[in-house]
Design a protein around this ligand. Structure first.
Ligand code: AMP
Length: 289
C-alpha cells in the first residue's frame, strides 16, 4: 500500500473509519515534518503496535513564542512524503493552520503545575499549552489505538501522559528511544540550522550528559558535576544555556545532592540559530516512558 496524504479532518476520519470497519489497529505519530531517522524510528515502533500507521505533519503555531522560529521552521512536505512512503507508512495527515484553528477557535488545554513550569516550560512560556492543545486535537481527530512520541522531548512526553490520563483520552501513549547521529548528536529537524562548524561542536551536549550520567551513577555530588558540565558547554561555543539540570524521571522534580533513584539529566542550549535539547536517563529501570 503506498502513502496517501490527506489535508482535512474529514478525510482523516474517513480513512480511519474504513480501517476500523476492517478490525485493524491504528497508530498515530505526530510530527512537525522535516523528517529524519528519529521520526522514522517512531513509525517503526508504531508498526509493532498497529496494522496501520498515520504520521501527522503540522508546524503548530500555538507552541511557538513570538520570537521563536515558527516562520523559519523547515517545511519539506514532498521530501517527507517520500520518506514516509519508503518507510511503509499508510497515511500522512498534513492539515493547514486554518483546518486546525478555524475562525472562532477559542479553546485552550493547559497542564498546570510542576511539570510545565520547569525546563522548557520555564524557558518557553506557553509552549506546553500549545503542545497540549494540538496533541489533544490530533488524538481526537484520529482516535488511534496508540500514539508514539520520542523521549528526545522527554518533558513533552510526560506532559502528554498527564493530560491524556486527566482527560480520559482513550489512546495508549508510547515513548520511543532517542535516535542519535554516529557522533552522538540527537537527531533533530533543528540540526538543519547548524553551520558545518557548529555541527562539529554540537555533539558536546551528548558527551557532557553521558559524562555526568556516569559520574552521578557512581555516586558523585550533583552540584560540582553540573557546574563543570556548564563550563564545558559554554567553552564549546553554546550560548546561552537555558538549563542543565537533573530531575526525577517521572515527576520532573529537582533531586538532591546525590542521584539515588531513576532520574534524568536535561539540557537546552543555543548554538548559532539552533536551540538544541537532549536528555539521558540516570539509574534507569523503573521509570515510565
Ligand atoms: P518534532 O517533529 O520535532 O515535533 O518531533 C516529532 C516527534 O518525533 C516527537 O515525539 C519527538 O520527540 C520525536 N523525535 C524527534 N527527534 C527524535 C529523535 N532524535 N529520536 C526519537 N524521537 C525523536
Amino acid at each position: 500500500m503506498s502513502l496517501t496524504t490527506v489535508h482535512t479532518v474529514a478525510d482523516l476520519r474517513a480513512a480511519v473509519a474504513k480501517w476500523r470497519a476492517e478490525g485493524l489497529r491504528v497508530a498515530l505519530v505526530p510530527t512537525m515534518g522535516a523528517l529524519h531517522d528519529g521520526h522514522i524510528s517512531l513509525t517503526e515502533l508504531a508498526r509493532t503496535h498497529a496494522d496501520r500507521v498515520i504520521v501527522s505533519i503540522f508546524v503548530n503555531p500555538t507552541q511557538f513564542g513570538p520570537n521563536e522560529d515558527f516562520g523559519a521552521y523547515p517545511r519539506t512536505l514532498p521530501d517527507d512524503q517520500k520518506l514516509l512512503d519508503a518507510a511503509g507508512v499508510e497515511l500522512c495527515f498534513a492539515p493547514s493552520v486554518d483546518e486546525m484553528y478555524p475562525d472562532g477557535f477559542a479553546t485552550k488545554v493547559t497542564v498546570d503545575g510542576g511539570m510545565t513550569n520547569v525546563l522548557c516550560g520555564a524557558a518557553r512560556p506557553g509552549h506546553f499549552d500549545g503542545v497540549a492543545q494540538v496533541v489533544t486535537k490530533l488524538l481526537l481527530q484520529a482516535m488511534p489505538d496508540c500514539a508514539i512520541f520520542g523521549q528526545k522531548d522527554y518533558q513533552q512526553l510526560m506532559v502528554i501522559h498527564r493530560f491524556a490520563a486527566d482527560l480520559n483520552i482513550p489512546v495508549d501513549i508510547i515513548g520511543a528511544k532517542i535516535q542519535r547521529e554516529e557522533d552522538g548528536l540527537a537527531m533533530s529537524s533543528r540540526n538543519r540550522y547548524l553551520t558545518p562548524e557548529e555541527r562539529a561542536i554540537a555533539p558536546t551536549l551528548n558527551r557532557v550528559l553521558a559524562d555526568i550520567t556516569t559520574k552521578a551513577q557512581g555516586g558523585a555530588d550533583v552540584g560540582p558535576l553540573l557546574a563543570k558540565g556548564r563550563e564545558e558547554i559554554l567553552n564549546a561555543g553554546f550560548d546561552p544555556i537555558d538549563y542543565l539540570e537533573i530531575r526525577d524521571g517521572k515527576t520532573l522534580e529537582l533531586i538532591g545532592d546525590k542521584v539515588s533513584k531513576p532520574a534524568r539529566i536535561f539540557v537546552a542550549a543555543r548554538l548559532g540559530k539552533a536551540r538544541l535539547i537532549d536528555n539521558h536517563a540516570i539509574n534507569p529501570g523503573i521509570e515510565r516512558t
